[in-house]
Design a protein around this ligand. Sequence first.
Ligand SMILES: [Zn+2]
Ligand SMILES: [Zn+2]
Length: 175
Amino acid sequence: MEHWITLTNLPASGREFLFEDQEVWKTLWADAQYDIHVHTPLVATISVFPHADGFLVKGRLTGAVESPCHRCMEPAHIELRHNFELFEALEDIDEVEGEEPRLRRVGADWELNSTAILWEEFVLAMPEKILCADMCLGLCPRCGKNKNLESCACATAAQNSVLAAALQRAQIKIM
Ligand SMILES: [Zn+2]
Ligand SMILES: [Zn+2]
């Protein structure tokens, strides 16, 4: 999915573009096979300022999404408040093969690939490790129970064996 914005006749003071269509995000997440849902609608703005050798792009992405916690798999709430700034140089138009171009020329006009920019910034805005809470205890590796909700006997058994081993070492010292 791509969306290009036309950068024709930009005033020197720049022009702001607003992105509020949640369907775009849903499609991007589905394409990337990300398990993400909108919690508070995502709103993005991109302001573009013309320069002699390129375009200065300033933006902001806000909203909130839900995605499974990496530890317990329950939905984690992720608040997005992301500011970004980048420069798209005209000379970069012949970009590296395989990379999605951000700028293209159509006749006398320049166009900016807003979808590519928003997607990249969304990925940057997301935390590296998604957690429902910093203190999330996760799932028990043995029985699979959510340790935030219920305790299981596995942890106690493991602790007991640690204690037993410590006692054993202590006894050896005493002897
Ligand atoms: Zn969790
Ligand atoms: Zn367990």
